[in-house]
Every structure is written in C-alpha cells, then in structure tokens.
Write a protein that binds this ligand. Sequence first.
Ligand SMILES: C[S@@+](CC[C@H](N)C(=O)[O-])C[C@H]1O[C@@H](n2cnc3c(N)ncnc32)[C@H](O)[C@@H]1O
Length: 287
Amino acid sequence: MASPSDRKAEPRLVALRGGEGVRPAVGRVTLVGAGPGDPDLLTVKALKALQAADVLVHDGLVSGEILDLAPQARRIDVAKRKSRHTLPQDDINQLLVALAREGLEVVRLKGGDPFLFGRGGEELSACREAGIDCTVVPGVTAALAASAGAGAPLTHRGNAQAVTFVTGHAAHGEPDLDWTALARPNQTVVVYMGVSTAGFIAERLTAAGRAGSTPALVVENASRADERRILTTLAGLATATEGLKGPALLMVGEAMAMAEIPTISGQVPGSVATAAVFEVQNVSSGQ
Ligand SMILES: C[S@@+](CC[C@H](N)C(=O)[O-])C[C@H]1O[C@@H](n2cnc3c(N)ncnc32)[C@H](O)[C@@H]1O
C-alpha cells in the first residue's frame, strides 16, 4: 500500500484540460453524505466538496438539485436500487480507485449518510487497500429528516429511551434481527429498506411482545416535496406500506404518536405547490 510519503516521491504529474493546470498523479476520494433529498439539508462541508469535485459518482437517491450544485463535475450514475443494481459494489469500489489514480478529485455522493446502510465502509476499505486518500463527510440520515419533518422525536423523555436503526432487507431476504430486544416498549425502532418486509417485521415484533397498538409512522420521500406520511400502528404497518413507490422508512415506537398529520390532505403547511400527502390509518385497530 502506498503511504503518503511514497506518493510524494513520485515526480509524475498529469496535465488535464490543456493548460488549465497540473494535477497530482494520484487524486483522492471523498465519501459525501448528500442527505435525504432536500438540498437545504446538505452540510456546508458537503457543498464545498461538491464544488471542488472533478467527478461525482452518485447513486439513485441523490436528487438532481444536489447534483446541479457541481456543474463543473463529470457525473457517473451507479444507481443502486434493490433488485436493479446497475453496477455491483466491487465495480464501484474499483471505479473510485481508478478515477483517483487518474489524479482526480472524486466525490462519491451517497443518499443520507455514507456510513448508515450506505456501504461507505466498503468503499473506504477499498480506497485504503489501494493507498488512496479517502475521507468521509457525514450526511443527514433519512431517519433524522423523517422524524424532524413529522415532529415525532426519535427519543423522548418518558416514552422513547433508545432508538435503533435496523435494515428490513438482508442479503438473502428477510432480516434476522434481535426481535426480543426490539420488542421492548419505550424505544423507537427505525427500519430502513423495510417496505417489502413490513408485514414480516410487524409480525415478528408482535410475536416477540410489542403491542399491536404501538404507534407506527411510515415516511416516504422524507424532506422532499412529495413527502408522504402515514400514521398507523404496528398492527397496521403492512397495510400502510401498500403501494409506496419511493424510499420509505418504518418508524415504530410510542413517541411516533407525536407525528403531525395535517388534516388537509395534499398540503404542507407554509409551502406552495407540493404533492405531499398525510394520512392516518388504522390507529384504533391495535390490540
Ligand atoms: C440503502 S439505504 C440508504 C440510507 C442512507 N444512507 C441514509 O443514511 O439515509 C436506502 C433506504 O434509506 C431510506 N431512505 C433514504 N432516503 C429516504 C427518504 N428521503 N425518505 C424516506 N426514506 C429514505 C429508505 O428506507 C431506503 O430504502
């Protein structure tokens, strides 16, 4: 693995863009969290990284508005949606290394936070193994945006003493989680990638002792103009997720009862021309 001092010893410089300047022989990779979609939720550090990028390697959860903040950068879409991987993870790792070896400032732009269900750790390891400098800029993870938008705190004195982020999708299908621990009351369980397994998750949590009447909030497209919020119960979780198309979170816990669900469907208070939808479903159908 090349150390920083090895790289200093290399006198080779690569000139790009005919005379605009010279670049180091080896560039670097920055894993940048793009947040949940709203460009206003980008960090200042993420914005600076975007503005300094030669190339953006991004996935499908990053909005066009955010990509447009780096008009100078070449874009490479490695869009990853469950069951529609355009580029396998190993190829993405190799791509990042290869671009950095061309002397480029590579920004790997990922939805939310790179280290929360974002496979950022694998990309960081690949860079480290190849001797490429790699740093990480954190992003606002979807759960924080969903909770803030709804006014439903993830922890809340008295009824949510802990919060756990879990995945609803395992490499080979349904997740193998510690259901007994997750079923304890007075905690919030946030499920990422859980829409297709919502029924299974609700069934496991209930079987492990979590009351079917526990409030549950489903948030699709959190922080975006077409955000959709459905307040339901654990017992109603599977029904509430039917027909969802965008990225969505399942948030189960007593504090989710605080979620704001405006009575006027189709309107976000204080905003104009939005497609956001808010619903209350099955709240009284718990056990
Ligand atoms: C591969 S994970 C990436 C999570 C991301 N790294 C983060 O920190 O938010 C994709 C899942 O994140 C959740 N997600 C991402 N963006 C979202 C959004 N704007 N609204 C709701 N859920 C979102 C969904 O559960 C989606 O299936």
